[in-house]
Design a binder for this molecule. Structure first.
Ligand SMILES: [Mn+2]
Length: 257
């Protein structure tokens, strides 16, 4: 049997229109999952899989059943799948855990093929973004969650859908990219205390595929891009990390912006 790899993907934002409709994008993502089925030992899904998500005591949002079925079948095929929450779907409770997935709400350290990786969605890291950091605290508060959960799902999910579509990342593009030095996640990595022990920092959230070697250490900061406009994902093989476009397995994306 050929060697299996470790895959990373984030920011599917299912339920939202990107370059194409959510259902067209979902088809492509399921195609990527077929690829994972053949080639992956493990898949990290690094947040914002859904454009909005809330679990009521007895209900979950509709519209995502093919995707969830595909996730389960990936797991049944022997691929270990771990899920991170993002800023759009932080309100995951036990639904995915009950299906047998590990769910992470914060970044984690992992090691594969002797490479040390710090992986997480990336929201709320680095300097700045104080408004979001405050909102995140409120959203993570159990009382707030319970209050929201007491709304009828038609109202609660309606609100979520409305606000997630109006959210500040409306463009999800390179428009607000100034330079690597100005990037919060680059700043976070550059000032990370144990950066010399990290080979790869892998994040989503920024929606721009990037593969950047830090100035202050040999570590690389990788942003997985998204499946809204870029259709990108990451793979770790014994030979190292590559950022790929859908349909590719070997070619390396040029990330000089
Ligand atoms: Mn996102």
């Amino acid at each position: 049997m050929s060697q299996k790899h470790i895959y990373f993907a984030s920011d599917f934002h299912l339920g939202r229109k990107g370059l194409e409709s959510s259902s067209v994008r979902e088809e492509k993502i399921l195609g990527l999952f077929d690829h994972f089925k053949e080639n992956a030992a493990k898949v990290y899904l690094v947040g914002d899989l859904f454009d909005y998500w809330f679990e009521y005591k007895h209900a979950i949002p509709k519209g995502f059943s093919s995707f969830i079925t595909a996730l389960v079948s990936l797991k049944k095929a022997g691929v270990d799948v771990e899920i991170f929450t993002g800023n759009h779907d932080m309100w995951m409770n036990t639904y995915f855990q009950d299906l047998g997935f590990k769910v992470h709400k914060d970044p984690i350290f992992v090691e594969h093929f002797g490479k040390k990786i710090f992986v997480g969605h990336g929201d709320g890291l680095g300097p700045g973004d104080y408004t979001y950091k405050f909102i995140r605290k409120v959203f993570r508060n159990r009382v707030c969650q319970r209050l929201f959960g007491s709304l009828h799902p038609n109202v609660g999910l309606g609100l979520m859908k409305y606000f997630s579509n109006r959210s500040r990342e409306k463009s999800f593009g390179k428009e607000d990219f100034i330079s690597f030095d100005e990037e919060w996640l680059v700043q976070f990595c550059e000032s990370f205390p144990n950066k010399h022990e990290v080979d790869y920092f892998v994040f989503g959230h920024r929606h721009i595929p990037m593969d950047y070697r830090l100035k202050s250490s040999n570590s690389r900061y990788i942003n997985l891009g998204d499946s809204l406009y870029h259709y990108t994902y990451g793979v770790l093989k014994e030979s190292g990390f590559s950022l790929l476009s859908y349909g590719e397995e070997e070619a390396h994306i040029e990330t000089n912006l």
